[in-house]
Write a protein that binds this ligand. Structure first.
Ligand code: SF4
Ligand code: SF4
Length: 508
């Protein structure tokens, strides 16, 4: 199963819809969370007696709470417009990886228990009993969706398979069937403060090490401050930025930007993680609980601004959920949310993406660059799904596409976009998002990366591209792993602020 050998799909010069390969990915599912992992975050430990009732009760609750879910269940006309839009279908040929088929796994159960026709004439309307076999299929195929929302862009009814996947995962967790990777990480965030489980003292050491390295590189005392009371900006960044390559290069870039702009800033040991896997499992209580750490840190440190680093789903959570969940930005109504809204500086977007922050400084001429320092790089940009299709940046529509590209053009001389239809709102997922960045799903990750790898190959061949910039920690980790499978150098992926870091001019 998870360790089975598989072949990397061949790269083709143009996208080809694969032949349908029934059951091609039926052998693959992620490791199931242990009872301890489940119970640690408040879910039943396993699928014990009565799991069907627990699952249906949760499903009924979600259908009652989220009108959208009921609409998605009812509105699909099976037109097929979404069927060839998912990178996991394109990479595997498994028909259950067609978005409509993925939705139908839930739709059959919905019809059976929540519609008149399905209750009385199940065979006539494609209604399905909730059996263990059906639930196992849910577990497989709702963990072969990265919640990227590409299919929803092409659906004439705007049906969002990502929302269906999130609901399915929430229902499975409520019944006692959870995914080890995501749920273990959520437990770690609560216990230690970040996904990687880095304790405060280790973080402090790492940041001191980065100060020394940056001094060696530039001769300038660039600070990487931690828990500084009264700093202007709290930077919340994915914990991979502290240790992993190429992520750390962008963190160095963030520090240099703050230094060059003369803005006081700090990281927080308590909120040392921008990522929020509560979204991946579709659980709003976890989503809120994880986000609350950031509010607490902001209140304790007395900061005036909250800036989010290069992390795709973290930005989606920050942009789309923080306001009403925890009151960062207008929305939250509890006393702490109101206190924070009064504390934060209303002249700025709250929260703000680091790209908005840097872009604004560039627009105002507050940063100087030696662009030729990036001349060894011929750059392309991978739009990360959660930024592209689930958030915005800046004041203009499409700012999430133009702002990172403007920054790249300001710091590098050679930039080439990949083909239309593979970028902006139609971007292809890296293949590892949505809680799938785990080695037990490596086959899916490699195969799901196929459409992006094909688009990359085209600009490599046409323009000699040798660097793919992105603003997502998961994309960086996923590409580092799968690029070699397609014959590319793993070092050709990096952050936008990695390019900024190289070119920025610093003064002591
Ligand atoms: S949300 Fe993305 S991964 Fe999920 S079915 Fe749609 S295209 Fe596929
Ligand atoms: S495009 Fe929309 S309506 Fe058509 S099959 Fe897909 S989900 Fe259903």
């Amino acid at each position: 199963m998870a360790t089975a050998k598989f072949e990397t799909p061949a790269l083709k010069p143009y996208p080809v819809i694969p032949l349908v390969a029934e059951g091609a990915m039926a052998h693959l599912k992620p490791f199931v969370a242990s009872a301890a992992i489940q119970q640690n975050i408040g879910f039943p430990g396993e699928l014990t007696e009565g799991w069907e009732q627990r699952a249906l009760a949760r499903m009924g609750e979600l259908l009652g709470k989220y009108r959208s879910l009921r609409v998605y269940m009812d509105a699909c006309v099976h037109c097929g417009a979404c069927s060839d839009k998912c990178h996991y279908f394109l990479g595997t040929g498994d028909p259950k990886n067609m978005p409509v088929a993925r939705q139908d796994l839930m739709r059959g159960v919905y019809r059976r228990y929540f519609t008149f026709a399905g209750k009385h004439f199940p065979k006539l309307v494609g209604a399905t009993d909730l059996t263990r076999e059906v639930f196992d299929d849910w577990y497989r195929y709702y963990h072969q969706c990265s919640e990227c929302r590409r299919c929803s862009v092409f659906c004439p009814y705007g049906i969002d398979t990502a929302e269906v996947t999130m609901a399915a995962r929430e229902i499975m967790d409520a019944a006692g069937l959870g995914q080890k990777y995501s749920n273990e990480i959520i437990g770690k965030v609560h216990r230690i403060g970040n996904n990687l489980g880095i304790p405060g003292p280790a973080l402090e050491d790492t940041l001191l090490g980065l100060e020394e390295d940056t001094k060696d590189e530039t001769g300038v005392d660039v600070r990487f401050p931690l828990d500084v009371q009264g700093a202007e900006v709290l930077l919340v960044t994915p914990s991979a930025d502290f240790f992993s390559e190429p992520h750390v290069e962008s963190l160095i870039g963030h520090a240099k930007v703050f230094h060059a702009a003369g803005v006081s800033w700090t990281l927080s040991a308590k909120a040392s993680e921008a990522g929020n896997f509560g979204m991946f499992i579709g659980n709003y209580e976890q989503l809120r609980k994880i986000a609350l750490r950031i509010r607490e840190a902001a209140l304790e440190l007395g900061v005036k601004r909250i800036v989010v680093g290069e992390c795709g789903h973290a930005w989606r959570v920050a942009y789309s959920f923080w306001n009403t969940l925890v009151g960062i930005g207008a929305g939250g109504k509890d006393p702490f949310a109101i206190e924070l809204q009064n504390q934060l500086d209303g002249r700025y977007k709250q929260p703000m993406h680091i790209c908005e922050f840097t872009h604004d400084l560039i627009q105002r001429g507050a940063l100087k660059f030696d662009k030729e320092k990036n001349d060894g790089r011929i750059v392309t940009f991978h739009d990360s799904c959660n930024v592209a299709r689930a958030s915005r940046m800046g004041d203009l529509p499409g700012g999430q596409f133009t702002i990172p590209r403007d920054i790249i053009r300001a710091v590098a001389n050679n930039f080439h976009d990949m083909a239309p239809g593979t970028i902006h709102e139609a971007t292809f997922c890296c293949g590892g998002g949505g809680g799938l960045l785990t080695d037990d799903l490596l086959e899916l990750r490699v195969k799901g990366a196929l459409p992006r790898m094909e688009a990359l190959k085209n600009v490599v061949d046409e323009h000699g591209v040798n660097f793919m910039a992105t603003i997502c920690a998961i994309c960086k980790a996923q590409f580092s792993k799968v690029l070699p499978a397609y014959g590319f150098d793993m070092g050709m992926v990096g952050g936008v602020h990695q390019l900024v870091s190289k070119a920025i001019r610093l003064e002591s």
